[in-house]
Design a protein around this ligand. Sequence first.
Ligand code: SF4
Ligand code: SF4
Length: 351
Amino acid sequence: MKTSHVLRSWGRILQGRAPALSIEITRECPLSCPGCYAYEPNHLGGERTLRQLADFRGEELVRRVLRLIEETRPLHVSLVGGDPLVRYRELEKIVPALIAQGIHVQVVTSAFRPPPRSWAALPLLNLVVSIDGLEEEHNARRSPATYARILKNIESSRITVHCTVTRQMAERPGSLAEFLRLWSDQVAVQRIWFSVFTPQRGASPAERLSAEQRQRVVEELLALRAAFPKLDMAPSALRQFLKPPASPSACIFAKTTRTVSADLRTPVLPCQLGGDPDCAECGCIAAMGLAAVGAYRVGGLIPAGALFHASHWLGQKMGRLRRRRDAAPELVQIEPVLSGDSGIDPASAAP
Ligand code: SF4
Ligand code: SF4
């Protein structure tokens, strides 16, 4: 991550804003993968499910998403679902519009249909294709987005492969190496990421890994890095899978990413996974990457995470004051200390 991006993110945190925004851009998906957290009954807290939300399409979706971006001013936007490519026509307008604003965009899809060809040339776009293990298991879980269909659909694209390791995959010896070999050979694949399946608290789905399996997966991936350069995961992030954040309040990812569901209003809490995820068994690659950054000791002394949590606490206070000031400008006067006017605001720095 570039220093300018880190500084801009820090500026957002000090302003009480989340630097990252994740949008469940549609409630629709042609797949029904076992273990999919988006369609769990408690994903949105239990009152309504993703399928019950009103979502948008066409020009209205484009307009509403761009307005949300204007209001929240994120530096990084993740478009998830459902499957975002259900709305590929709208995304053909939304994605370039965000990139033109210097926003990093990530689209997470099953690649059940080809992504727009023009995306291959877009800077700041990361097209992430979810693949659940080796062909037999993946096809059983993710039909109609089978291996054959993905390989055909990504021919003209540049993609990141993202695999969530399930117990079924962890149980099969050599499956991680085989997976890496197969997808590393594809020209369209730029990098390969792994997450580990995250269960909800108190649940024991078939995908859940045992502690020993998790340990073995981490050790294996650490060893495979040398042979597969497309495996784009730092050792510090991989080791973090063995000591995930203790709770949402200790999770930098949860605190820096605001997630909204398909009506563009309903929040997804406490993190992108929604529901009641078991942080003790979290396997989210983004949470682990940021936890590894948080564990880094600035100047060899202070953990970056401590600086982050202090900045977040301060930013939340500043954000509340700002909102109160905006609501009644004549009543509350705030000096622009540490705000975007202070000169510290890295948000105005060039990307
Ligand atoms: S493709 Fe994604 S959103 Fe759709 S069912 Fe599968 S995991 Fe869920
Ligand atoms: S991303 Fe993981 S550690 Fe963070 S709040 Fe969600 S489940 Fe917990």
